[in-house]
Design a protein around this ligand. Sequence first.
Ligand code: CS2
Length: 473
Amino acid sequence: MPAERLTRGVTTAPSTGIVHLGLGAFFRAFGCVYVADAMQASGGNWGIVGVSLRNPNTRDALRPQQWAYTSVTLAPDGPQTRTINVLNNVLVAPEDPEAVLATMADPAVKVVSLTVTEKGYCHNPATGALNFDHPDIVHDLSHDLPRSAPGYIVRALQRRRVAGVAPFTVLTCDNLPNNGPLVRNIVLDLARRIDPQLADWIAAEGRFPATMVDRITPATTDADIASVERLTGSYDAAPVMHEPFRQWAVQDDFVNGDRPDLAAAGAQLVDNVTAFEDMKLRMLNGTHSALAYLGYLSGHETISDTVADPVFAAYVRQCWSEIIPAVDAPDGVSLSAYADALFDRYSNPAIRHRTWQIAMDGSQKLPQRLLGTLRENLAAGRDSPALCLAVAGWMRYVAGTDEAGAPIDVRDPLADLLRDRATDTPARTVAALLAVPQVFPADLATHLAGPVTDAAALLWSKGARVAAHQVTS
Ligand code: CS2
C-alpha cells in the first residue's frame, strides 16, 4: 500500500514576516530550520513565503503537503527526521511576478532573504559590480515586472517607498565575500539607473547585513525520497538531506531591529562577519572546489569518497596549510581545529555530496574561494602548489573531457566560452583561460601564469591523483 502523503495537518501556519528568494534545498535545510527554532523559542510572526525564480518543481512538490517537508539530519550513526512547518506558500516568479512583488511590498514582511547562488546577483565576479549587460538586468531596467533577484528587490522597495512603508532588510545567504555590502552595492547600482531618489532612500533607510552560512546540503535524490518514506512512513516529494553541523554568523543590522530571535536558535549575532566569511569561504568552499575538480577528474563521485582516498586526504590538508596563513581567524577560533572539523565533516559517509554538484558554476566561485588566498600568498612570497593545482583542475574540468576521454557535463554560465578557449596543450589552455577577465583580474593572471602552467603540465601528463600526490609535501 502506498504511504500517505506528508501534510501540515492541524498545525497552523505562522503569519508571514519573511520572503525568501531562491527556495532551494539549502535554505530549506538551513534558514527555515533556524527560523522554526527561533519561533519555537521566542515566538514571532516569521512565517516564510518562498519564491522560486526559475521552475515550479518545489512549489508543485510542496503544495499537496501544505508546504510542510521533512528535514533529515544525516549523522554518521544514522538519520534523524523532523517536519518543518514554516513555509506559508511558494510562488513561482516567472508565472506571476506581480504576486511576488505584492508579497514583498506587504508591510508585514520585514525581511527578504536570498539564496540565488553566485550567478543570481548578475554581477561581475572578479569586481563585484553589477553587470549592466546581463540580459536580465537589461530587461529589468525597462520593465516594471522584473526577472532578476536584484530587480525584484529594487522594484519591491520602490513600491514600499511610494506607499510610505519602511524597507525590508535584505538578508543575503549566499557564499560571496562581504555578501551584505556586495548586494547593497548591486541594489543601489540598479536603483540609481531607475530612479536616483529611490537609490538615496534605500541607501539611507535600507539594511543589508552580511552573513556567513554553513551547512552541507547535497541535492535530494530519488533514493533519498524513498529512504524518507521508509524512515517516516509518509511520502514526502521534497525532503532535504543535510549534515548535523550548522553555523550562521549574522551581522546584527536589521531595519528597526525586526528579525526572528536567531540567537535563541544558535546563530551568532555579531558586529563584523568578515572574519567568519573569509574563514569559511577559503577553508571550506575553497577546498570543496579543489576536491570537486580533482576528485571528479580522478573518478570520485562524492566528497566523502574523495577524502577516503589517502592521496586526497593528504592533499586537502596541504591545501589548508597553504590557506591558513591567508586567513585572519575570528576571535577565539583555532584555524587548525576548524580544519580538523572540516575533515571530519567531509568524511561523513552518510553525506553523498557529488563532486559534480560542487564543480558547478566554477567561474562564479573561484575568485572568492581560491583566488583571494592565492593573491595574498603571492604578495607574501608564499608558494601555493596545491591551490595552483586546484585552479589547473578547474581548467582541465571546464575543457570538457575527463581523463578517460569521456565528455563532462559542465554547468556554468560561461561554459561555452570556457570550452572554446581551452585548446590542445596545457600551457595554451592556461594562457587562454587566465585571460578571461570575469574570473581573473589582469594583474593576478600575470602572476599566476608561471605556477598554474607548471601545475597544468603536471596534471595533464600525470593525471589528477598523481599530481595531487606530488604537490603534497
Ligand atoms: C559547496 C557549498 O556546492 C558548493 O559549491 O561548496 O554548497 C557548501 O556545501 C556549503 O557552502 C556548505 O555550507
